[in-house]
Design a binder for this molecule. Structure first.
Ligand code: AMP
Length: 216
């Protein structure tokens, strides 16, 4: 069973939500380049200073920087059993680099799971997205509101909105996605590794579908 996976799809396709649930079941790490960059910004590190403005605008961090943090992360012991890469690769060059990294580790990508969602749904989902500061649980004010306004159901932490989840930035992120990341889907199709899932079909059904792909 190969559990080396990448999750593809526009911002707001639900990649993070689905990945969080699946890594709990499969006991493999969830590697989100977006989370890694946001943590770098919050900590004020050198990397954080380099990427802060790029993230604010919703543009892409340069490939060399992004590839090097992924390469480092994939070399950790906990990735041996498998991993879910969420938000990487976002360019064809990153996809090629990932193949090289895995080959150098004597491994191979199992699947690229593509969550298909329309732009309208994406914008609606992202602008209503709220995240717990403490445990990272993702809410949606319309489809998955917290029981108490502004507070996490699980840990009571404060909910916040990502700075790049405002509508103007979301529209730019979607444009960047169509220009740079959409071609990555074709890249994996050619390798016969692409599985397409309707990203709007609800968490339980999506999780079942991904598990079916792995356990085929
Ligand atoms: P995400 O949380 O995946 O939506 O990522 C948030 C932001 O981090 C993106 O809008 C980009 O600015 C940056 N980012 C995350 N992953 C990548 C990547 N693979 N390549 C370039 N930039 C990225």
């Amino acid at each position: 069973m190969n559990m080396n996976m990448v999750f593809l799809g526009p911002p707001g396709a639900g990649k993070g939500t689905y990945a969080k649930e699946l890594v709990r079941i499969l006991e493999i790490p969830h590697i989100s380049t977006g989370d890694m960059f946001r943590e770098a910004v919050a900590s004020g590190s050198e990397l954080g200073k380099k990427v802060e403005e790029i993230l604010k605008k919703g543009d892409l961090v340069p490939d060399d920087l992004t590839i090097s943090i992924v390469k480092e992360r994939l070399s950790h012991e906990d990735c041996k059993k498998g991993f879910i890469l969420d938000g990487f690769p976002r360019t064809v060059d990153q996809a090629k680099a990932l193949d090289e990294i895995l080959t150098s580790l004597g491994r191979e990508l199992g699947y690229a799971v593509y969550f298909e969602v329309s732009e309208d749904i994406v914008v609606k989902r992202i602008t209503n997205r709220r995240i717990c500061k403490k445990c990272g649980k993702i809410y949606n004010l319309i489809t998955l509101p917290p029981k108490i306004d502004g507070k996490c159901d699980i840990c009571g932490g404060e909910l916040y909105q990502r700075e790049d989840d405002r509508e103007e930035v979301v529209r730019n992120r979607y444009k960047v996605y169509m220009n740079n990341t959409y071609p990555v889907i074709e890249y994996y199709q050619k390798q016969n590794k692409l599985f397409t899932i309707d990203g709007a079909s609800g968490v339980d059904s999506v999780i079942k579908e991904v598990l079916n792909i792995i356990r085929r």
